[in-house]
Design a protein around this ligand. Sequence first.
Ligand SMILES: [Zn+2]
Length: 280
Amino acid sequence: MREGITVTDAITKNGAGRYLCPLCLNWFTDLDDLSLEHAPPASIGGRHTAVTCRDCNSRSGHTVDAELRRAETLYEFGSRSMTKPMSATAHYGDVEQRSEIIFGPEGLSIAGVAKQNHPDTAAAVTEVLQAAAGSKDWSMTLSLRTPDFRKAAIAWLRAAYLVAFATLGYLYVLLGELEPVREQIRDPDAEILSRYCLVTSSSAAERRIVSVKEPHDLASVAVLVGSRAILLPSPTAPGTYERLAALDPWPPPGERTLSGEVAAWPTRPAYALDRIALLK
Ligand SMILES: [Zn+2]
């Protein structure tokens, strides 16, 4: 935070010893109004990346980050790699039971949640299962709540913005092309950006930032988490979102490899563009 203040005091005239929240661009004097942000959210393995104001930090947790956790859990269900249970409703014939499920390498585990069901439900489920024992013609249904995938994508956009801020600094986020990104983060229900997420050929464990030069159509700052790339405006090739809007079809077909300068995932703000400017 102190480094952030030093940087903004040097590159702007408005700081006067205050901290500029990279998300809402409000100035803060009181440390109690600020907090450390995880990017991506802690619930999906993110680490402290940047300092934002408490308002910006808490607003996201309740809306988009919760949908991101749900979307990730569903993905883990599909790839049989769940580590935490998810809520589901199990139907055994006519008997319905609110349950928690885990689908991992060991198999599928379904457990009724006593507090969320009628006291007689467990016995009714046992009865159905006993009657079905040995039968080859038997089925049950699991109903899962569908995550809001749009909001989950905005949680990724928010995480990518914070990672790019930590890497490149204030001169980057103060570029005009970053304003619609902040607007979209502030108002997840509005449709401000539609093309900013891509699937690439990167492997699952990778986390890095690429200043994409090739393909030129995709010139951008790409924040890569596994095979997912979140595309943010390029500081050197203006008009990133106009270029993406002109692509037909979207997403571009085929295996995608984004190449350009690579930066490591930040563990603390590096303010790279600010430092370069201050050295001049
Ligand atoms: Zn803020």
